[in-house]
Design a protein around this ligand. Structure first.
Ligand code: DGY
Length: 309
């Protein structure tokens, strides 16, 4: 039996019900051991998502019948992989299929932040637009600027491809330099100290977890050019919120576009009053096509494990 923690797109639910007996929790709140543990009778697979935290104590409490946890995400930081391996539970995720959708959101946030789109729309809806004026709501050009990508994985590279259409120069910072065919002319920086001062736009596309925790802190923000624009579609944990809010307040960072936050959905309240912050509710992969593809891939992962003898 397949336990599904939260509602999935209709086509994915339909396929799950066709292929499995399902137990559906329809959760709207965080997953807790109290909610989960008495619902696992006869369950051998769990289909979850980044909001469902499977830490070591919860994994240790799962019955031996659980053979696979599939998550509707590429990110895996909500699952303790070591604990899962120790309990013989296989983990499946959904890489590749959300690459373009997430890169699109990063590009959109760059454009919205630079062109003050959120601010303009709020003003118009509030009935405060007085008409065209030459000095009204001036933003910054995106075309021709230097884009710095922190985390040049699949999504970072898809964003680079899109940004080349805007004649942007691509810089990137990664643990390791990419081979030339993946780099596609992008300029590699081994160090933050050469990367950050070289760029006009910073896009965080790195995964969450200990290696990137609090990466964009006050010290690194200070190394950005005055007036730089910051976009994050990776994980909120890569940003020190207090430091970014201070940089947005001072104008050192001209604008930010954020789709992911620490402590989602309870983001730092300091962002809410900042006109120069474009804030989205973690919708990087939220298209019908992409969420269907993620759901189908997660189900493929479940089936692959359950079909192993
Ligand atoms: C992921 O896949 O990790 C995203 O954050 C959810 O779209």
């Amino acid at each position: 039996m397949l336990l599904i923690t939260r509602d999935l797109p209709p086509d994915v639910m339909a396929r799950a019900r066709r292929e499995h007996q399902t137990r559906e929790l329809h959760l709207q709140t965080p997953l807790t051991p109290q909610i989960l543990l008495d619902k696992l009778d006869g369950v051998d697979a769990i289909l979850c998502n980044p909001r469902d935290k499977f830490d070591a104590p919860l994994i240790a409490a799962l019955p031996a019948s659980i053979r696979v946890i599939a998550t509707l995400s590429v990110g895996l930081e909500h699952i303790d992989l070591t604990a899962a391996a120790a309990h013989g539970i296989e983990i499946r995720n959904t890489p590749d299929v959300l690459t373009n959708a997430t890169a699109e959101i990063a590009l959109m946030l760059m454009l919205m932040a630079a062109r003050r789109a959120g601010e303009g729309e709020r003003l118009l809806r509030a009935g405060q637009w007085k008409g065209f004026a030459p000095s009204f709501m001036l933003g910054r050009n995106v075309a021709g600027k230097a884009l710095g990508i922190f985390g040049m994985g699949r999504i970072g590279r898809a964003l680079a491809h899109m940004a080349r259409g805007l004649d942007m120069t691509i810089h990137y910072h990664n643990r390791n330099r990419l081979p030339p065919e993946l780099e596609a002319g992008a300029i590699y920086h081994a160090d933050d100290s050469s990367f950050l001062p070289a760029i006009d736009f910073l896009s965080i596309n790195a995964p969450g977890g200990a290696a990137t925790q609090g990466w964009l802190n006050a010290e690194r923000l200070a190394q950005l050019k005055p007036g730089a624009i910051v976009v994050n579609t990776g994980r909120g944990s890569a940003v020190d919120d207090e430091a970014l809010i201070a940089a947005l307040q001072s104008g050192h960072v001209a604008a930010a576009g954020l789709d992911v936050f620490n402590n989602e959905p309870a983001l730092h309240p300091g962002y809410l009053s900042l006109e120069n912050a474009v804030l989205l509710p973690h919708i990087g992969s939220a298209t019908v096509e992409t969420r269907n593809a993620m759901g189908f891939l997660a189900l493929d992962g479940v089936n692959e494990v359950l079909n192993q003898v």
